[in-house]
Design a protein around this ligand. Structure first.
Ligand code: ATP
Length: 330
């Protein structure tokens, strides 16, 4: 399969800061690729390297096979949707969307027709005459999307585009973005620090830490088989077990991760792993129960609606034989 974007040992240094530090990655054409990581881990810099707004200090970047080392941003078939949307406040929605075509010298009629087509795509058909200030956050987000898509980019870069939206709208837009990406078949590269957003939308997730990729894989892979302690901590809320804890839970003496939903509370009769409940956290569909075991603390996920123990009570736990996932040392 063709790669839309390739990084070969790409670095970007700012003085002594290694914002991007020897990154290798391939983004398949037509995929939805998420760059996930904490603030300052290098995600935005990677995106800017793809768009050409930033130049690498080392390494090679290819877009659809072409080395773009000397290609300026406007000659890359790539568009960016920014978190703050960067719409022109004095232009109406239609002109905002048509802007890229105007710059290219496309005549007014054609560009307006194309803009209307894009507005229909993002379900804003009747909003062309409004100014950005007369729209809701979610609608502005869609205008920004339409404005990027009108240029028919091969790669669409999205830098935390849902960051300004409330949770409900965010979730709705996540579904819309995913559906749109599948319909258009354009490669989406999405930057976020929200793990649920990355897991729910992307085909492939790259987890960034300190300018490097800590792990790259499918959402299910990254979630269930974190390679390092960092990934286990950042993606989901795994129990990270030191070698002695893994041993106490019946595994080999190595660092391992254990998803809280892989643990079950069981009756005391016949159980060997028992401890005391020290905390409860209601998460809506489930309750995260913190249990102090003789060998350390474990988080256990109990589905809401099933019996939940009180803080201070004794509980026993059980785990599936394959629940322990061995991790590499960092
Ligand atoms: P966030 O989620 O907060 O946007 P990020 O993962 O996108 O973070 P980057 O914006 O790529 O992180 O920044 C990576 C590192 O590079 C940070 O330490 C940042 O301070 C540094 N950095 C980024 N741009 C510059 C710049 N123009 N000059 C100096 N340092 C920079």
């Amino acid at each position: 399969m063709t790669n839309a974007v390739e990084f070969l040992s790409v670095s970007r240094l700012f003085g002594t800061v290694r914002a991007v530090d020897g990154v290798d990655l391939s983004i398949k054409a037509g995929s939805f690729f998420a760059m996930l990581g904490p603030s300052g881990s290098g995600k935005t810099t990677c995106l800017r390297l793809i768009s050409g707004f930033e130049r690498p200090t080392g390494g090679t970047i290819r877009i659809f096979g072409q080395d773009v080392g000397r290609v300026p941003p406007n000659l890359r078939n790539v568009n960016t949707v920014f978190q703050d949307y960067a719409l022109f406040p004095h232009m109406n929605v239609r002109d905002n969307v048509a802007y890229g075509l105007m710059v290219k010298g496309v005549d007014r009629r054609t560009r307006h027709a194309k803009a209307e087509e894009m507005l229909a795509l993002v379900k804003l058909d009747s909003y062309g005459d409004r100014k950005p200030a007369q729209l809701s956050g979610g609608q502005r987000q869609r205008v920004a999307l339409a404005r990027a898509l009108v240029n028919e980019p091969q790669v669409l870069l999205l830098d935390e585009p849902l960051g300004a939206l409330d949770l409900k709208l965010r979730e709705a837009m996540q579904d819309e973005l995913k559906a749109l990406q599948q319909r258009l078949g354009i490669t989406f590269v999405f930057v976020t620090h929200d793990q649920s957003e990355a897991l729910s939308m992307a085909d492939t997730v790259a987890v960034f830490n300190n300018g490097k990729i800590a792990q790259i894989g499918s959402p299910a892979d990254v979630y269930a088989r974190p390679r390092t302690r960092f990934v286990a901590d950042f993606v989901g809320s795994s129990n990270v077990l030191d070698p002695a804890m893994t041993r106490a839970l019946g595994g080999p003496e190595v660092t391992a991760s254990l998803r809280p939903e892989a643990l079950r509370l069981v009756p005391a009769a016949g159980a060997t792993l028992c401890g005391t409940v020290t905390g409860l956290r209601y998460l809506g569909p489930s309750v995260r129960v913190t249990v102090q075991m003789p060998f350390g603390v474990l988080g256990v996920m109990v589905p809401a609606g099933s019996p939940c123990p009180e803080p201070g009570s004794s509980v026993c736990i059980d785990l599936a034989p394959d629940a322990l996932h061995v991790m590499e040392d960092e």
